[in-house]
Design a protein around this ligand. Sequence first.
Ligand code: SME
Length: 152
Amino acid sequence: MNRLFEKLLSDILNICRSNTVKDKKLDSICKILMDKVPHYDWVGFYFARVEEKMLILETFAGEPTEHIKIHYGNGICGQSAETEKMFVIDDISKETNYLCCSINVKSEIVIPIFKNNKFIAELDIDSYSIAPFTDDDKIFLEIVCEYVAKIL
Ligand code: SME
């Protein structure tokens, strides 16, 4: 894993272990990812309302979005919730089931978060570049989500 991601994992672990409330931790994690990784242009956490099959945006860094509530199955986030799988979209212009937030966004990655083997939330990242997400991003973000799961 590259040095930036190694450093960020250590910083994010420190945020998770810090003596502050959960919402502030999630907020700081969004901000640090958005500020430090050049190809992360919007970073947010959606939380699952399992009975309603709905995702709710709880915290984010970047431009405000109209997609505060997303039904399972809708868009990339909803498909990730329904299948409980990571989605990496290199070029969103080729997607038919996509919810547009900004004309600047070119690609997206969504990582599901599990607690006690149950899907409870997801990390959603948009990029203004085409195909920026490498295997390093996937491994890095999966570890971030494991850290986050422990504070939820
Ligand atoms: N593009 C997402 C919607 C959420 S925004 O990216 C913030 C989707 O298709 O699910």
